[in-house]
Design a protein around this ligand. Structure first.
Ligand code: AMP
Length: 211
């Protein structure tokens, strides 16, 4: 299955992707995770991406498109993939369409995880990640277990200024991608305000998989 998860920052795409990848036996490809790894390893791509990411801005299309299309060439993506955080612009959506069409492939669904701005802002400021396991928590709604409480960290781009920029970028750059997939009959909407397990169940239902 070839699937895209789209939605505002902190809509729960990463959490859903982690739950779905096991169920669907496809790799979770998160462009945000790939870019954070590149920054951590100080690769040429990471050095270029770092400033954009910390400011909450989008990394330029050519860099992200090249990185993502290369990743999709890897053998584990042959059986399908779950893209999280890509495409974020019309240019990225068109580049992906072209690459898939060249390979004689198509998408099965684009799932929009819908969450209003006020919930996004609340979630981003409380979000914490466990660097050891990659698990995502929230200080109020999903606090880390005692053994992880001392090691959880806040993403450097989850500060109030970057959060506002990221939300604005979502509305300006990423929302225009939605009608593109709607026109192709691929778009499915789920309410991202429900609990993580409920959202997973809703997505599986939409995909025709038993929850
Ligand atoms: P995420 O983990 O998906 O919230 O992504 C974190 C940051 O990585 C974003 O705020 C952007 O700076 C960058 N990023 C991730 N995916 C993309 C993309 N498809 N296009 C441009 N920038 C991206």
């Amino acid at each position: 299955m070839r699937l895209i998860l789209i939605g505002p920052p902190a809509s729960g795409k990463g959490t859903q992707a982690e739950a779905l990848k096991e169920r669907l036996s496809i790799p979770h490809i998160s462009t945000g995770d790939m870019l954070r790894a590149a920054v951590r390893d100080a690769t040429p791509l990471g050095q270029e991406a770092k400033g954009y990411m910390e400011a909450g801005k989008l990394v330029p299309d050519d860099l992200v498109i090249r990185m993502t299309l290369e990743r999709l060439q890897r053998p584990d993506a042959r059986a399908g993939f779950l893209l999280d955080g890509f495409p974020r612009t019309r240019a990225q959506a068109e580049a992906l369409d072209r690459a898939l069409a060249d390979a004689g492939l198509g998408l099965d669904a684009v799932v929009l995880v819908d969450v209003p701005d006020e919930v996004v802002l609340e979630r981003m400021t409380g979000r914490r990640t466990d660097p050891q396991t990659g698990k995502i928590y929230h200080t109020v709604y999903n606090p880390p277990p005692p053994e992880a409480a001392d090691r959880v960290v806040q993403r450097p781009d989850d500060n109030p200024e970057s959060v506002r920029v990221r939300l604005d970028k979502y509305h300006q750059e990423t929302e225009p991608v939605i009608p593109h997939y709607e026109a192709e009959g691929l778009l499915k909407r789920v309410d991202g305000r429900a609990s993580p397990a409920e959202v997973t169940a809703a997505i599986l239902r939409i995909l025709g998989e038993e929850a």
